[in-house]
Design a protein around this ligand. Structure first.
Ligand code: MG
Length: 397
């Protein structure tokens, strides 16, 4: 029996995690759930799962949730509550959206537990802090992001090591590894030119062809910033050089990523898009989850297409590579600037094409700082958001 904390339990990853654990209650017991403010769903999940603790991020919603939890379930409230439930189970699933997931990532690793990581922003923005926390005895990250989960599976257990101090030590970036190939669906705007994309609406950008996800990540998929963030995530998770990471556009989202070895052999992981597979993998690893999600029917699969990304139109991908290569606080600035730009787009204030402009201009104002503690990351994030907001405001006028 494994115990599980689900942080961000009411979001897309969270609700799918509930589905995965509920299918095998004999194998997994949810001891804690947490969400920012969706009190109705949180209360329903508490009655379904009977956790020991429920964490509510937004203190102003406390009254609404009090009295609606099952007998014996403790309610904790506020900014620190996510961190408080992160280290108490064998596995913490971090399904929090955006930078707010940082406290979950750091608290889980510092507690020496397994982090099932669906929140990429925490690893990207706070890499120096997260890598140190990862060196804690017993701490390990099993990625839930589909591409990185695929890479984790392609590398095989001989290349997974927990409790090491730095990226350089981690994985020893196996010398036989030639390339890591991350597959991107290309999003709803694949094949369109920059000019054609000046007028696209929020709803068009939210219509992802293959994956059903939350709004922030769906917009990131449409700009390829999601893939850019995933490139940085791959570098941090597996310790590979940026020169060894390549992005391949694959619209069917069947091949979830690949590794190419020194002898030319390419290993990939295939399944229909279903996030419950990576979630089940991260819970069950090194075993396999007991039932299939997204298993392929070869009689109807048809053809799979691959091509190179259009970097002139989808500029966010190159901006991410550049920030990743710069390292230090640059990825934190990139992620923060992107969150500000995406919010502005979702709010109807800017054009889709302006998202990359805001990120680009913000990065030109990047002031490198050392990231030693979580507080340093928060400072860098705050500063980057101020700069990005000023730039966004100037655009809106
Ligand atoms: Mg992904």
């Amino acid at each position: 029996m494994k115990t599980v904390s689900i942080v961000g339990s009411t979001g897309s990853i969270g609700t799918q995690t509930v589905d995965v654990v509920m299918r095998h209650p004999d194998e997994y017991r949810v001891v804690a759930i947490g969400a920012h403010s969706s009190v109705d769903l949180l209360a329903a999940q508490a009655h379904q799962l009977h956790p020991e603790v429920v964490a509510l991020g937004d203190p102003s919603r406390r009254e609404e949730l009090m009295g609606r939890l099952p007998e014996g379930t403790e309610l904790i409230v506020g900014e620190q509550s996510f961190a408080a439930i992160s280290g108490i189970a064998d596995v913490a699933v971090n399904g929090v959206v955006g930078f707010a997931g940082l406290s979950v990532t750091v608290a889980t690793l510092r507690a020496g537990r397994r982090l099932a990581l669906a929140n990429k922003e925490s690893l990207i923005a706070a890499a120096p802090v997260v890598q140190r926390a990862r060196a804690t005895e017993g701490a390990e990250i099993v990625p839930v992001d589909s591409e990185h989960c695929a890479i984790h599976q392609c590398l095989g257990p001989q290349h997974h090591r927990a409790g090491v101090a730095s990226v350089d030590e981690f994985y020893q970036a196996p010398r036989q590894l030639r390339r890591m190939l991350l597959t991107a669906s290309g999003g709803p705007f694949r094949g369109r030119s920059l000019n054609e994309l000046r007028q696209v609406t929020v709803n068009e950008a939210l219509a992802h062809p293959t994956w059903k996800m939350g709004p922030k990540i769906t917009i990131d998929s449409s700009t390829l910033m999601n893939m850019g963030l995933e490139v940085i995530e791959a570098h941090e998770l597996f310790g590979v050089d940026y020169d060894q990471i390549e992005v391949v556009v694959h619209p069917q989202s069947i091949v979830h990523s690949m590794v190419e070895w020194s002898d030319g052999a390419t290993i990939c992981q295939l399944s229909y898009p279903d996030m419950r597979l990576p979630i089940g993998y991260a819970l069950a690893y090194p075993d396999r989850y007991q039932e299939p999600f997204g298993a392929i029917d070869w009689t109807t699969l048809g053809s799979l297409d691959f091509s190179s990304p259009d970097l002139a139109t989808f500029r966010c991908l190159d901006l991410a590579f550049a920030a990743g290569r710069e390292g230090g606080s640059a990825p934190a600035w990139l992620s923060a600037a992107n969150e500000v730009a995406v919010e502005a787009f979702l709010g109807g204030g800017i054009a889709w094409t302006t998202i990359a402009d805001i990120v680009d201009e913000t990065m030109q104002h990047h002031q490198p700082t050392d990231l030693i503690e979580v507080e340093d990351v928060l400072d860098a994030d705050r500063r980057a958001r101020e700069v990005a907001r000023d730039i966004a405001l100037a655009v809106v006028g």
